[in-house]
Design a binder for this molecule. Structure first.
Ligand SMILES: NC(=O)c1ccc[n+]([C@@H]2O[C@H](COP(=O)([O-])OP(=O)(O)OC[C@H]3O[C@@H](n4cnc5c(N)ncnc54)[C@H](O)[C@@H]3O)[C@@H](O)[C@H]2O)c1
Length: 267
């Protein structure tokens, strides 16, 4: 029996990185997991995305521990794919208790070289995507008068990032959505919080390193500047925070911004 026994969790970007770590952590605590991921390389940015094989192995790993898992391939920008996945999840598991808006992309671009394509992809995936998913999931949470939503922003959702204006804008936007949804959804007993990690040791960080011709450690350190002597944090550290915020131990926490930044924003 875990903290999330019988609860249902919908996670975007679940194939690898932070989404997968959260999916496994929720499953260990007894949750039914629905994992949604684009499952293939998309046009921007030029690094590896999660794969269908990773989604299938996530399902197998959760089932091997006795849990229940559904996986869906789709883009968070695609309302039809999102709607179908959300409806199937609610039908199979009876509702949705937790939404982790985690899927996101990152890439560097100086403002004088910013293309429309880069800007639009960043804003559409990192900001409009969570809106598309949330508007479908809250239908069930509002019906059941309960739920928790976690938006995976970034330290860049609370500060500026060099050569990251499109990413920074998308992540500040997600911070704003967190505040607005917390107000709108509180009457339905739905809590909404954002998390703000420093650099995390995931395929995203590896991908940025490959694109920039740097080591993953250099990428994490360049954009961060952690006070604690670590280049990055691990996906499991993020999962621990997400599970706490979704648990009843955090029952009166809503509209809040939680940093997980190894001290970065203290300076
Ligand atoms: N890695 C970091 O240093 C870091 C730091 C702070 C915040 N974040 C944020 O955390 C979240 C997760 O990042 P990560 O480090 O696990 O990244 P990652 O690239 O390792 O994993 C992201 C997952 O999201 C999926 N995805 C990407 N675009 C999608 C789309 N349009 N539709 C559906 N799925 C999509 C990918 O396929 C992949 O499986 C992102 O929102 C990211 O911006 C990352």
């Amino acid at each position: 029996m875990g903290d999330f026994n019988g609860k249902t969790v919908f996670i975007t970007g679940a194939a690898h990185g932070q989404g997968r770590a959260a999916a496994l952590a929720f499953a260990r605590e007894g949750a039914n997991v629905a994992g949604f991921d684009v499952g293939k390389k998309i046009e921007y940015p030029a690094y590896e995305f999660g794969t269908n094989e990773e989604l299938e192995s996530l399902k197998a790993e959760i089932e091997a521990m006795g849990g229940r898992c559904l996986v869906f391939t789709g883009d968070v920008r695609d309302d039809a794919a999102v709607t179908a996945a959300v409806e199937k999840t609610a039908e199979e598991f009876g509702g949705i208790d937790v939404l982790f808006n985690n899927a996101g992309i990152c890439a560097y671009a100086e403002i004088d070289k910013m293309t429309d394509e880069a800007w639009d992809a960043m804003i559409d995936i990192n900001l409009k995507g969570p809106m598309i998913v949330t508007r479908r999931v809250v239908k069930y949470m509002m019906r059941d008068k309960k739920g928790v939503i976690i938006n995976n922003s970034s330290v860049m959702g609370l500060r500026g990032g060099r050569r990251l204006s499109h990413y920074t804008a998308s992540k500040w936007g997600l911070t704003g959505l967190t505040k607005a949804w917390a107000i709108e959804l509180a009457p339905y007993n739905i809590r909404v919080n954002s998390i703000h990690p420093t650099g995390v040791n995931t395929p995203m960080n590896d991908g940025l390193a490959a694109m920039e011709g740097k080591t993953p450690e250099e990428i994490a350190e360049a954009s961060a500047g952690n006070l604690l002597p670590v280049p990055w944090i691990e996906p499991e550290d993020v999962a621990n925070l997400v599970l706490f915020l979704c648990s009843d131990k955090a029952r009166y926490i809503t509209g809040a911004q939680y940093t997980l930044d190894a001290g970065l924003l203290s300076v």
